[in-house]
Design a binder for this molecule. Sequence first.
Ligand SMILES: [Cu+2]
Length: 140
Amino acid sequence: MSLEFYDRRAVLRLSAVTLATLITAGCLNGQSSSSQTATMPDSHTFEPQTVTIEPGETVTWTNESNIEHTVTAYEDEIPDEAAYFASGGFESERAARSRVKEGLIAPGENYDHTFDHPGTYGYFCIPHEVSGMVGTVRVE
Ligand SMILES: [Cu+2]
């Protein structure tokens, strides 16, 4: 039990460092920033849950937890004209779901995607979808 406790503390500390870095970067870049970062700070969340960007900007997801996650788009929750996206480079939600291991983002690793078309994009983590690990990217 105590091991789990210390794991959790370690995860929280890493997340705090990441957030501080992001805030600093945001101040330096101001409105001209061309990318946003989301993190996976613990077992079952994307942080922030909704990221708002402009067309052409890139979102980078950083796995700051100590377990593997995926970033997998819901095929029916992205704009019609938008390309499908998922960690592992899959071209469909079905492919991503059937080859989960290839899409896993290891602790400390990143996944990024550039959003060209305005609209709302829903995505999730395959292993933790049942726990509500979902997020939204708004491009406007
Ligand atoms: Cu996950």
